[in-house]
Design a protein around this ligand. Structure first.
Ligand SMILES: NC(=O)c1ccc[n+]([C@@H]2O[C@H](COP(=O)([O-])OP(=O)(O)OC[C@H]3O[C@@H](n4cnc5c(N)ncnc54)[C@H](O)[C@@H]3O)[C@@H](O)[C@H]2O)c1
Length: 357
């Protein structure tokens, strides 16, 4: 995989929503190291979060505001005049979406629409990547990898809110930012659908990798809810390299790439949750797990696989770290971060440099 995109962001203005989150923090670090001017827009970082750990090392403009605040978002985008936008701000948890469905739809759907609408006032060329998820597809559990033209759907509020964000993006692209009229409006808008992401610095509740780390570091037994569920696990740097590659391709040809792209591992590299846990324990060098089948647990998809042919053929993007290496890298990050003197920013930079080499 070429990481030619690196040079292209130097000196460019990049607006990142959700920059205080797990993926947003890694994206911010990566873009900062390659000389982009970054403005972030998100809620304040959680106390226990990667963003909080690296705050002192970030040299960016940071706005703490709600994505549902249409006027504020419009003002912050238009005063910055970005060349690129990465939209990651979201309520990203399936189980939380069963507890707060209305907020999940408001944040994930209206937040995306607010961002798209603000672009109408931006009078310059801009390439926009809207981050959704592999869960946007109507999942009949056939086990077949999803391609970008498969039907959208979503059982739980999180998945369907992201599918709705895809539909809203498609509508704005057709109604206001049609690729045929690119000369007039200058906006290229794509969506990126990535699978389950792991990597150091994720502390979200009810996500398997943070659960593994919390249990292992406290000498507790890891409780595994859905041992047989199959997910396209990837290290966070793999989908991020996809988003960056896509953005640069859009910049080079604004018509051609304004569509949806899957980013995930090779099909032979997908793993069950149980396999992920077993490999994590091996990498940590000790630990125990038990499979729990909580009664009345809310529905979660059984099998999720992505077909990544389009990203490979059109963008020349390929996944770099296989799932075993992604697990090992993530475990090492968490292990090293436990040292009280650990340089957390440095741990991320080391992973980024390894990824590039
Ligand atoms: N982590 C994964 O495995 C995964 C997989 C597929 C897709 N995604 C998508 O990637 C994106 C980032 O996910 P993450 O794992 O980093 O999540 P995260 O929870 O770590 O970060 C979410 C970010 O969104 C911001 N945010 C939430 N509500 C907001 C609001 N009302 N107004 C403004 N900002 C708000 C938070 O402040 C934070 O910066 C999300 O869009 C998510 O759906 C994540």
């Amino acid at each position: 995989m070429s990481i030619e995109f690196e040079k292209k962001f130097k000196g460019k203005k990049v607006f990142i929503t959700g920059h205080t989150g797990f993926k947003g923090s890694w994206l911010t670090i990566w873009l900062q190291t390659i000389g982009a001017h970054i403005k972030g827009y998100a809620l304040k970082p959680d106390k226990i979060s990667l963003n909080n750990q690296i705050k002192g090392k970030l040299n960016i403009e940071s706005v703490y505001a709600d994505i549902r605040d249409r006027e504020r978002l419009n003002k912050e985008i238009n005063s910055f005049q970005p060349d690129y936008i990465f939209h990651l701000a979201a309520q990203p948890l399936v189980r939380e979406s069963y507890i707060t469905p209305v907020e999940t739809f408001e944040i994930n759907v209206m937040g995306t629409i607010n961002l798209l609408d603000a672009l109408k006032d931006l009078k310059k060329k801009c390439n926009v990547v809207i981050i959704t998820t592999d869960k946007v597809y109507k999942n009949n559990e056939t086990g077949k990898p999803f391609t970008e033209d498969n039907a959208l759907g979503g059982h739980d509020p999180y998945s369907s809110s992201k599918a709705a964000a895809e539909i809203a993006t498609e509508s704005y692209r057709h109604s206001f930012f049609h690729p045929d009229k690119i000369i007039e409006h200058g906006k290229s808008i794509a969506t990126a659908r990535a699978g389950n992401v792991i990597g150091g610095g994720d502390f979200a509740k009810d996500r398997i990798f943070p659960d593994i780390f919390r249990a292992l570091s406290n000498n507790e037994i890891i409780e595994v809810r859905n041992p047989n569920a199959i997910r396209p696990w990837q290290h966070v740097l793999d989908p991020l390299s996809g988003y960056l590659t896509l953005a640069i391709a859009m910049n080079n040809n604004q018509n051609k790439y304004a569509s949806a792209y899957n980013f995930g591992p090779e099909i032979k590299d997908v793993r069950t949750v149980e396999e992920l846990v077993q490999h994590a324990i091996k990498s940590w060098s000790n630990g125990k797990y038990k499979n729990t089948n909580p009664k009345n647990a809310p529905h979660e998809a059984g099998t999720l696989k992505l077909n990544i042919k389009k990203a490979k053929e059109e963008l020349n993007w390929t996944p770099k770290w296989k799932s075993d290496l992604a697990i090992e890298k993530s475990i090492m990050w968490y292990k090293n971060s436990l040292d009280r003197k650990a340089d957390i920013f440095g741990l991320c930079i080391n992973d980024i440099n390894d990824f590039k080499s």
